[in-house]
Design a protein around this ligand. Structure first.
Ligand code: ATP
Ligand code: MG
Length: 356
C-alpha cells in the first residue's frame, strides 16, 4: 500500500466544486491500485485574502515543501484584481517550489466538438511546455513620473541561460518519448531585440544535443494562426512564460472547451512537490450553480498520478474520463450537454468501477 501526502487547495469559485470531484475520482482509482491519499486541506484563496489580508500564510512555501504533490482548484474573486491573485499565490508557489515547467496537454477527445470544423483527435494532440520561472513575468520595473506628461512604465524580461536551457531540454526529452518527435519553438526574435534572439540561440544549441528530434520555430503571431489552421503540425511546443500563457488558452479553445484543459506545474528534480491545476479560473459567472465541468480538474489529477509514478492509475482515470465524454447525456453545459458537475463526475466514477 503506497501513500501520498497531497495538499488540497480548492481556492475560489468553481475551484470549490471541481476539486472535490477530482479527489473523489482519485480516491476511487486509489482503492483499485492500493494507493492511499492523505489529503492536507488548505483554505488559501482570495476569500482568505478578504478575510485575513493574505491569500496564504507567510510560511506557506515551507508548509507545502514536504508534500508529495499539490492539487489546486482555481483562485480569483470578483473585486480582486487578477494580478493580485496571481502574485499572491500562484506565482509565489510556482517559483518558491521551483516548478519551472508548466505542462499543458492539448488533445481533442472523442465526443468533443472542436470549433475547427473537420478536425479530429488525430489532428489535435500536442503538449505545450511553458517556462514557468522567469521571462516576461518579472517584478523588475516600475512606474515613473506619475501623473506627469513624462509618465512611463517599464517591465524588464529576464532570460537566463540556465532557465532557458532547462526548459528546452525538458521539451526535447518529452518529445523523445512521443512518436512524432518534434519540438516547435515560439519566438519573436524579429521584434524583441535582446531576449528572443538569445532564446533562438539556445534553442539551436540544445536541439544540437538531440539529433533525432525534428524542430521548427515560428514567431508567436504566425504560430497562433497555425494553431488554428494546422494544429496537426504540432507535437511539443516550447515557449516562454508569456507566449506559453497565451498559447495555452488558445490550445484548449481549439480542443473544445477550457472546462476540460488540465495543467501541471512541475519541479522535474522532485526536490519540491509539483502542483496540478485546471487551466481555467474560478469562473465567477457560474460559481455556486453546480454546473462547472469537472473534467479539467479530474484530468489534472491523472497528471498528478502520472508524475507520482502511478502510471496505471493515471491511464485508468484518463480512460474513464474519455469514456464519460462519449456520453452526450453526461456532458456539462459548456460542452452543450444537460449534466451538472455531480452527473459528469458520477459517469467517470461509474466507468472506473466498471458499472458505466
Ligand atoms: P479568473 O479570473 O479566475 O481566471 P475568468 O472569468 O477570468 O476567471 P475563467 O474562470 O477561466 O476565467 O472563465 C472563463 C469562462 O470559461 C467563463 O465564462 C467560465 O464560466 C468558463 N469556464 C471556465 N471553467 C469552466 C468549467 N470548468 N466548466 C464550465 N465553464 C467554465
Ligand atoms: Mg482570468
Amino acid at each position: 500500500m503506497k501513500s501520498y501526502d497531497i495538499a488540497r487547495i480548492p481556492g475560489d469559485g468553481i475551484g470549490q466544486e471541481v476539486t472535490p470531484a477530482a479527489c473523489a475520482v482519485l480516491e476511487a482509482v486509489g482503492k483499485r491500485h492500493g494507493i492511499v491519499f492523505r489529503w492536507r486541506p488548505f483554505d488559501w484563496s482570495c476569500a482568505r485574502l478578504k478575510a485575513e489580508g493574505a491569500m496564504m500564510p507567510q510560511d506557506g512555501i515551507s508548509q507545502l515543501s514536504g508534500m508529495d504533490a499539490i492539487l489546486l482548484g482555481a483562485v480569483g474573486f470578483p473585486g480582486v484584481a487578477d494580478h493580485e491573485s496571481l502574485w499572491g499565490l500562484l506565482i509565489p508557489l510556482r517559483r518558491g517550489l521551483q516548478q519551472y515547467v508548466n505542462l499543458r496537454p492539448v488533445r481533442l477527445m472523442p465526443g468533443i466538438q472542436s470549433p475547427l470544423v473537420g478536425r479530429s483527435g488525430a489532428d489535435i494532440d500536442f503538449l505545450i511546455v511553458r517556462e514557468n520561472s522567469e521571462g516576461e513575468y518579472s517584478d523588475i520595473g516600475g512606474r515613473f513620473a506619475d501623473g506627469t506628461p513624462a509618465e512611463a512604465a517599464f517591465q524588464t524580461s529576464v532570460f537566463t541561460r540556465a532557465a532557458t536551457d532547462r526548459i528546452m531540454r525538458y521539451a526535447f526529452d518529452l518529445a523523445g518519448k512521443r512518436s512524432a518527435k518534434h519540438v516547435t519553438s515560439a519566438t519573436k526574435s524579429n521584434g524583441m531585440k535582446h531576449t528572443m534572439p538569445f532564446w533562438d540561440e539556445r534553442f539551436a544549441a540544445i536541439s544540437a544535443e538531440y539529433p533525432d528530434i525534428a524542430t521548427s520555430q515560428y514567431h508567436i503571431d504566425i504560430l497562433t494562426a497555425h494553431f488554428v489552421s494546422h494544429p496537426d503540425w504540432f507535437d511539443v511546443v516550447v515557449a516562454s512564460n508569456l507566449f506559453g500563457d497565451i498559447l495555452s488558452d488558445l490550445g484548449p479553445a481549439i480542443a473544445g472547451s477550457i472546462g476540460i484543459a488540465p495543467s501541471a506545474n512541475i519541479n522535474p528534480e522532485r526536490d519540491y512537490p509539483s502542483m496540478f491545476e485546471p487551466v481555467h479560473g474560478s469562473a465567477p459567472d457560474i460559481a455556486g450553480k453546480g454546473i462547472a465541468n469537472p473534467v479539467a480538474a479530474i484530468w489534472s489529477g491523472a497528471m498528478m498520478l502520472d508524475h507520482l509514478g502511478e502510471k496505471d492509475a493515471a491511464s485508468d482515470v484518463e480512460a474513464a474520463m474519455e469514456k464519460a465524454l462519449l456520453r452526450s447525456d453526461c456532458l456539462t453545459p459548456d460542452l452543450g450537454g444537460p449534466a451538472d458537475t455531480k452527473g459528469m463526475t458520477r459517469a467517470v466514477l461509474d466507468n472506473l468501477s466498471g458499472s458505466g
